[in-house]
Write a protein that binds this ligand. Structure first.
Ligand code: SF4
Ligand code: F3S
Ligand code: FES
Length: 245
């Protein structure tokens, strides 16, 4: 059965903007992105929204729904109070392009500052490596990332303090963890994590983990182990002496 709902959508560009209300009919089974598409089709053909898969896998439709970073294609209207206007805004941590679309290209530039995969030499003359299954499985979780950047959007270091020039953010700490914990990788990223990527800015609020649509345990499984490596290297007197020697 169709009901009426109001969507309060931010319309604007880098010069500024404002919220505009759109009333539309909604039906059982719809997600927020369906409602945005209906508004776009019937009332606001110039409304800018980015999406691709409508299945929670491309990471394109990230936005803030009633103030919470979420994927619009995975947020069911049945989980939202439709008696009040539903606010839709672009992510706050990235520059707006237009309406619900932001420029997330900083993430890709920052990713390039992380040292790439560097494999150790093969274990055997036939060019093969030996790996423990547990070591392989440890990084599988990190590879689920769809680069929606909702974790980057919610992290206060980027969202409120705009430390983009210094801090790579939770998504890229997950990426660094996938490389650092890879059973074949021998690159050393510990110094960069401390000095270049400013992992110390993370004060383990866990906000990033709470918004991740792939349920990656960002804080506990990626960031904290990386912080432990930094602490071991720089703040454990015996290990830091060993490293200097
Ligand atoms: Fe999105 Fe999770 Fe990847 Fe962050 S870690 S970009 S929230 S999928
Ligand atoms: Fe930010 Fe996540 Fe740390 S939200 S402060 S990177 S735990
Ligand atoms: Fe692909 Fe939403 S449209 S994740």
């Amino acid at each position: 059965m169709a009901t009426q709902a109001t969507f309060r959508i931010w319309r604007g560009d880098p010069a500024g903007g404002e919220f505009q209300d759109y009333a539309t009919s909604v039906e059982e089974g719809m997600v927020v992105l369906d409602a945005v598409h209906r508004i776009q089709a019937q009332q606001a053909p110039d409304l800018a929204v980015r999406w691709n898969c409508k299945a929670g896998k491309c990471g394109s439709c990230s936005a803030e729904i009633n103030g919470m970073p979420k994927l619009m294609c995975m947020t069911r209207l049945s989980d939202i109070n439709l008696e009040a206007p539903v606010t839709l805004e672009p992510m706050h941590s990235f520059p707006p392009i237009r309406d619900l679309v932001t420029d997330v290209s900083w993430n890709f530039r920052a990713k390039k500052t992380i040292k790439p995969f560097k494999p150790r030499t093969p274990d055997a003359d036939d060019g093969t490596w030996r790996m423990q299954q547990a070591d392989v499985e440890r990084v599988q979780e990190f590879r689920k990332c769809i680069e929606c950047f909702l974790c980057q959007d919610v992290c206060h270091v980027l969202r409120e303090h705009y430390k983009h020039d210094e801090f790579i953010g939770p998504r890229l700490l997950v990426y660094a963890a996938a490389l650092e914990m890879h059973p074949l990788d021998i690159e050393d990223r510990v110094s960069d994590l401390r000095h270049k990527h400013s992992i110390g800015y993370c004060n383990i609020t866990t906000c990033c983990r709470q918004v991740c649509p792939e349920s990656i345990t960002i804080t506990e499984n990626a960031i904290i182990p990386l912080k432990e490596r930094v602490v071991d290297r720089y703040f454990d007197p015996i290990k830091s002496l060993f490293h200097i020697l």
